[in-house]
Write a protein that binds this ligand. Structure first.
Ligand SMILES: Cc1cc2nc3c(=O)[nH]c(=O)nc-3n(C[C@H](O)[C@H](O)[C@H](O)COP(=O)(O)O)c2cc1C
Length: 194
């Protein structure tokens, strides 16, 4: 087992200490090295710190307010309070890397089966990119939080980012050391066939 895989945790408390640009670039480079469907590399990054991160937070907060009034995701309203907690984590983390899916069609429009599968492949590619970044952050002594609550501000972040938000990664030096979260056993999730 690679140490970073065993040691990685979702970090939700960060020190104020800024993260050097070179460290952020090392994390982004690890993301870029991820495999992707047809080597399409659907990701684009907006690495936000300081005022830009505050602007993004404003967009995320506006999205949560709008979801309460005019929801894009009505069946997910039970997760809105959790999303507010995620917002507080982003506020505290020195860096937020927003990952754009530059290739998939707009999920708000009807899609053909092929478009859906194309989007699923792009989403898997972005997942690989996210995991590479999270593991590299761990190996470098940084903490990270993989965030999809950004979907609650889909419209707002589309405007702010100039592209379709897929996920975000909060980054910074960890100010907590959480225990491993529970996982299912191999035997619970695997059917062996031979
Ligand atoms: C696709 C994805 C989206 C996630 N979105 C959020 C989020 O928006 N907010 C949050 O606090 N955690 C989020 N997480 C973190 C998970 O809650 C976390 O990975 C899980 O509880 C296991 O804990 P661990 O990462 O410490 O092992 C997300 C994780 C993944 C993989």
């Amino acid at each position: 087992m690679l140490p970073a895989i065993a040691d990685r945790r979702s970090i939700r408390r960060y020190k104020e200490e800024p993260v050097p640009r070179e460290a952020i670039e090392a994390v982004l480079q690890a993301g870029i090295l991820a495999p992707s469907s047809k080597n399409r590399q659907p990701w684009r990054f907006v690495a936000a710190t300081g005022r830009a991160k505050a602007e993004a937070l404003g967009m995320m907060a506006a999205g949560l307010d709008r979801e309460a009034r005019r929801p894009l995701l009505p069946e997910s309203s039970g997760y809105l309070s959790g999303a507010r907690q995620t917002l507080a984590v982003v506020a505290q983390a020195p860096v937020a890397v927003f990952v754009i899916d530059a290739l998939s069609p707009d999920p708000r429009s009807p899609q053909t089966p092929e478009e859906r599968i194309y989007s699923l492949c792009n989403a898997q590619s972005i997942g690989a990119c996210m995991e590479n970044m999270a593991l590299t952050a761990t190996a470098m002594g940084l903490g990270s939080l993989w965030i999809c609550d950004t979907y609650f501000a889909y419209e707002e972040l589309c405007t702010w980012l100039g592209g379709r938000p897929a996920a975000a990664l909060a980054l910074g030096y960890p100010d907590e050391d959480p225990p491993p979260r529970p996982r299912r056993r191999i035997s619970d999730v695997t059917e062996w066939r031979s």
